[in-house]
Design a protein around this ligand. Structure first.
Ligand code: UDP
Ligand code: MG
Length: 318
């Protein structure tokens, strides 16, 4: 099996040499054990780095054909860089594993991913078994992230980042998703096919600093929700409906008060109209939003189906 590793790199000059040597060791061991083909490669995607990352990748490629490099025209962010790498190599390999340049994701899980691929799985998600090494802050924010995503109607794999193996046909399926707003870990489950998980310990970054500060993480979560789910729109409609119900309650209450003669002139009509108008307006916005949501999903031009198997007579015409 031809395995490609795809690694987005943004200002990673501090970690690249070490990463390259560790990966080379891993790939050599797997090749010698006969588990992957000698034509397997490690592909670095330079995401518009401002430091010497690309020079380092060029040097690695010159020295050893195991290493390849793809240079993006400018910085486009982790998700885009990853997709660029996967889509560039997808026709050449049998399966590709995406991982980060800092090797925080234990590379020993690659063995298990390869085993799962051999068992016939198309997608193998790397899942963090514990977050002992993360700070309390990172751990709680990250876990909150998955919960909020789920509540907002985005299906993601719990504790899975972008460390995963995808077979050639899963990659072909992914290529059918023409999304511009990319949130890969929400899209891959939509691609489907047989999938499983492999758990690993997440380590610390061994050099350099995180390129994902809290601000980027929040933006990422927001991106994930708004690009995969129309649930926020539904929430507006629901709220409108609830307020409208309250207004009916208010209507009855005001009439009773009026009949009882406990009201100042004009109070009843004012109170009811405030509630009713607010409710109807929100409800109307929600309904319009629902159509905008539909337009939004249509413009994504997602595939309506992907076929995983087709059983037919062997002698049927192709
Ligand atoms: N990265 C990238 N483009 C960016 C930001 C990050 O390609 O604009 C890459 C980075 O080089 C690394 C991966 O994305 O390989 C994950 O980044 P990082 O390790 O900083 O994130 P963290 O592990 O702290 O969440
Ligand atoms: Mg990292």
């Amino acid at each position: 099996m031809k395995l490609y590793l795809v690694i987005p790199c943004y200002n990673e000059e501090e970690v690249l040499p070490e990463t390259a040597s560790r990966l080379k060791e891993k790939m050599t061991a797997l090749t010698e054990a006969g588990r992957i083909s000698p034509e397997s490669r490690v592909v670095f995607v330079n995401d518009g780095s401002k430091d010497r990352t690309w020079e380092l990748i060029q040097a690695l490629h010159k020295e050893d054909k195991l290493f390849r490099g793809i240079c993006l025209s400018r910085n486009r962010g982790h998700q885009n860089a990853l997709l660029a790498g996967l889509m560039t190599v997808r026709a050449e390999c049998d399966a590709a594993i995406s991982l980060d340049a800092d090797l925080q994701d234990d590379i020993n899980a690659i063995d298990e991913m390869v085993d799962k691929y051999a068992e016939g799985y198309d997608v193998v998600y790397g899942v963090r078994s514990s977050r002992k090494k993360d700070t309390f802050f990172k751990r709680t924010t990250a876990q909150g992230f998955y919960k909020v995503m789920r509540a907002m109607g985005v299906e993601t794999i719990y504790n899975h980042a972008d460390y995963r193996l995808m077979s050639r046909r899963a990659l072909a399926g992914l290529a059918e998703f023409k999304e511009v707003n990319l949130f890969l870990r929400g899209i891959v489950p939509l691609v489907g096919f047989r999938s499983t998980t492999v758990s690993y310990e997440r380590g610390e970054r061994f050099a350099g600093e995180s390129k994902y500060p809290l601000k980027k993480m929040l933006a990422f979560a927001f991106e994930g929700i708004t690009s995969l789910s129309v649930k926020p729109i539904r929430m507006i409609a629901t709220l409108g409906f609830l307020i409208f119900c309250v207004s009916i309650g208010m209507l009855i209450y005001s009439i009773l008060r009026r009949i009882g003669g406990h009201t100042v002139d004009g109070w009843a009509s004012l109170a009811v109209s405030i509630w009713a108008l607010g409710g109807i307006q929100l409800l109307a916005i929600g309904v319009i939003g629902e159509y905008i949501g539909k337009i939004y999903l249509e413009t994504k031009a997602r595939p309506t189906f992907l076929i995983s198997e087709y059983l037919k007579d062997e002698d049927s015409y192709e």
